[in-house]
Design a protein around this ligand. Structure first.
Ligand code: DC
Length: 220
């Protein structure tokens, strides 16, 4: 059977990560978290003390980067220059810096090549913001997963508390809104559904139900 290229885009907190992992697991496909790539770039740029808008210096940093995912029993791990950075890239500082950097052409162009290389043989579920619109406009199946902002903020808040973060629901809701606004209003590859994406509202559904809906679409 043909190994498909599947894209799942949407805003933060819509449940993309869990759903994408599950869909990939059911199909025995590779799962690629493209947000992690933006985060790793942010970590590299921050560690050099470089500003997000210093395109020349960012380009120089990108030339020295090698990003690849490695399979593990805990799921795919992201290695940057052969160091596993999967956990370190989850801080709030990196979250906001990744969003700022993702508006820069130099970063998007670099990651466009990295992502297309990862998808060239199919059999991949790509999770991101512009997978179906820009990176893989000819993907076999595209989903856009969304939910009400209050639902998304509550989900993300619970996730962060479980990870031991000291934060409030209001704080999470505010930073999520800022990030959504920035990601949706940037000139380059803004967050929006592809015209041919299947839209799924994860608000009223349990994660397993979202996965089921998607698998049904994929089987048809
Ligand atoms: O999905 P995430 O929260 O890990 O993504 C981090 C940031 O990366 C997000 O604010 C926007 C950016 N991003 C992007 O611009 N395009 C993608 N395909 C994935 C992420």
């Amino acid at each position: 059977m043909k190994r498909l290229l599947i894209t799942i885009d949407g805003p933060a907190g819509a449940g993309k990560t869990t759903v994408s992992r599950e869909v990939a697991r059911h199909l025995e496909y590779t799962y690629v978290d493209t947000g992690a790539l933006y985060r790793a770039v942010a970590m590299a740029v921050l560690s050099e003390g470089c500003r997000a808008d210093d395109d020349g210096k960012v380009a120089q940093i990108l030339r020295g980067l090698a990003l690849r995912f490695e399979k593990s029993i805990r799921g795919p791990r992201l290695c940057m220059n052969e160091v596993d950075v999967s956990d370190q890239i989850r801080t709030q500082e990196i979250t906001m810096f990744a969003s700022a950097l993702s508006a820069r052409r130099v970063v998007r162009d670099y990651l466009l090549g990295v992502q297309r290389e990862m998808g060239k043989n199919g059999g991949v579920v790509f999770e991101g913001r512009d997978m179906g619109t820009v990176v893989f406009p000819r993907a076999d199946i595209k989903f856009f997963l969304d939910a009400d902002p209050d639902v998304r903020a509550l989900r993300r808040y619970r996730e962060l508390v479980t990870m031991g973060a000291d934060t409030s629901l209001a704080e999470v809701a505010e930073s999520m809104k800022k990030r959504d606004d920035d990601d949706s209003s940037r000139a380059l590859a803004p967050l929006r559904p592809a015209h041919d994406a299947i839209r799924v509202d994860s608000g009223p559904l349990a994660i397993e139900e979202v996965v089921e809906v998607m698998l049904r679409h994929i089987a048809h």
